[in-house]
Design a binder for this molecule. Structure first.
Ligand code: NDP
Length: 498
């Protein structure tokens, strides 16, 4: 047993991860019960102290070695992702490339963002030296989804480690193998210390992680419904949470947009990974002047896609078989309410595969507009102007990402969107820029991974005020005099009262 392998009961229950394209068994993993999860967290407490004591420079070195090990094993890891999710190998490689780049940024910038720095003490407290530092929380529990089983959890894992924490990671039951492989690559570099441990199993294993004594924070990525359960469990021990949930992202096409580029972004943003992307494009609002031309481009591009289980295809199957029924329901509801299918239709759903579907003129009360679809279904609705596009884009409880195609007004439109991230004249570009925080509002969650905010998310600010010299007027002492108070009030009237 390696230091990162979590011990289990003598005869543990196990479960299998399957290739969704074929049903073949990819791997067998233990179901970690509450006792095993608690033991993992207890072991992580010591590892966290060791890691914190190493300091920024040594942590950066070790994470740099991890980064190199991930690059060396990139193809092996990508194959596991592909086998467990069914996505094409190059999509899996891309996920790893982005995660490695984020790891480099997080480890390279942790000291600059988190080290103790001087802050102004202000006139009234000018006898004090004020400093602020961001200290690690200890053990961070990371609960991840299956759709991007490396990129998404690494947004928490890499930043939490760079900030000086140990991590216990619960991957989705559909993608446990790649979680274990990630931890194995780090174990060699941290002298077998249990700095990143993986607990495998079902929802109950994740729930046990939320309740485990010693957890400093839970970073959850998954559906909004599960996020509420996680928050409720964490409320019992006042454990703080970071919530990265679902989305219903819109793409807005302005009248002056490059229509070919906008259509390319809509189809890739909506269909890549078979639409199973939290920041995938689910709704398009295109202004009337250019709607016909834009839709022609979308139709041509969607028809040209080669979906299916072929490793070199454009996208694979639904990773979670039950999702097919949700996608079918959204297609049927959109058509029943008056939407018009211009690519595919109900017949495109042949689980676990779904061929591209594009439906235009879908009423805004259809489930394809109001609920997260998470499949290769793109809704394209025509609007009279950008104001209406913005209004509709914002008319959802979700608020994760958005895309704007406009030559002249990109930033102006972006500023009016109620969401955490906007890509202008490209799609999902914000996710690949490590210095940009990633996260949503409303039903899409709160808190941020990536960037300086993503590092601070896994720390506690610690404020220190050190007295440099005693002031002649002491007002926070029982030696206080009315003359001293009068002088203080005089200063305040001069400084703040005019
Ligand atoms: P789920 O909410 O079903 O599961 C997420 C994780 O939570 C899984 O590891 C799951 O384990 C675990 N879990 C389930 N029940 C509990 C519980 N009671 N307590 C603690 N943990 C639990 O989401 P999916 O895996 O289906 O992921 C898809 C969702 O994730 C979509 O809504 C998508 O939009 C969102 N997502 C958001 C992203 C973002 O950054 N905002 C990025 C990627 C996806 P198990 O799998 O074993 O049930």
């Amino acid at each position: 047993m390696t230091a990162t392998e979590v011990p289990v009961a003598a005869a543990p229950a196990t479960f299998e991860s399957l290739d969704p394209r074929t049903g073949d068994v990819v791997g067998t993993h233990p179901v970690h019960d509450a006792a095993a999860v608690e033991a993992a967290v207890a072991r992580a407490v010591d590892a966290a102290q060791w890691w914190a004591d190493l300091g920024f420079a040594e942590r950066r070195n070790r994470l740099g070695e991890w980064r190199k090990a991930l690059v060396r094993r990139l193809d092996d890891l990508a194959r596991i992702v592909s086998d467990e999710t069914g996505k094409p190998l190059d999509d899996s490689r891309l996920e790893l490339v982005l995660a490695i780049d984020h790891l480099a940024w997080a480890s390279g910038n942790a000291e600059k963002v988190l080290r103790r720095r001087k802050v102004p003490a202000g006139l009234l407290m000018s006898n004090q030296a004020a400093t602020l530092a961001y200290a690690p929380l200890g053990v961070v529990g990371v609960i991840g989804p299956w759709n991007y089983p490396v990129f998404t959890p690494m947004g928490s894992i890499a930043y939490a480690l760079a900030a000086g924490n140990a991590v216990v990671f619960k991957p989705s039951e559909l993608t446990p193998g790649v979680g274990v492989a990630l931890a194995d690559t780090l174990a060699e570099i941290v002298e077998g210390r249990p700095l990143l441990q993986v607990v495998t199993g079902f929802g109950e294993t994740g729930a046990a992680l939320c309740r485990a004594p010693g957890i400093g924070k839970i970073a959850f990525t998954g559906s909004t419904a599960t996020a509420k359960r996680v928050m409720a469990a964490c409320a019992e021990s006042l454990t703080p949470v970071l919530m990265e949930c679902g989305g219903k992202d819109a793409l807005i096409v302005d009248g002056d947009a490059d229509l070919e580029a906008a259509a390319d972004a809509a189809v890739w943003g909506g269909m890549s990974n078979a639409g199973q992307t939290c920041v995938g494009v689910e709704r398009v609002y295109v202004v009337a002047d250019v709607a016909e031309k834009f839709t022609e481009h979308v139709v041509a591009k969607a028809r040209a896609l080669r979906p299916g289980g072929n490793p070199a295809g454009d996208f694979g199957p639904m990773t979670m078989a039950s999702q097919s029924e949700i996608v079918r329901r959204h297609i049927d509801d959109a058509l029943a309410k008056g939407g018009r299918a211009v690519v595919g239709g109900s017949e495109s759903v042949h689980a676990p595969f779904i061929d591209p579907v594009v439906i235009v003129d879908v009423p805004e009360d259809s489930s394809a507009i109001t609920e997260e679809t998470f499949g290769p279904l793109l809704v394209v609705n025509t609007v009279p102007d950008v104001d209406e596009a913005v209004r509709r884009a914002n008319a959802t409880g979700y608020g994760l990402g958005a895309t704007v195609f406009s030559k002249k007004r990109g930033e102006e439109i972006a500023a009016r969107l109620r969401c955490g991230m906007v890509a202008i004249n490209n799609v999902i570009s914000f996710a690949g820029i490590p210095s940009l925080p990633f996260g949503g509002v409303g039903d899409s969650g709160f808190g941020r991974i990536h960037g300086a905010d993503g590092l601070r998310e896994f720390t506690r600010p610690q404020s220190v005020a050190r007295q440099k010299f005693a002031l002649p007027i002491a007002v926070t002492s029982f030696k206080r005099t009315s003359r001293g108070m009068g002088a203080l009030l005089g200063i305040v009237r001069l400084r703040h009262g005019r």
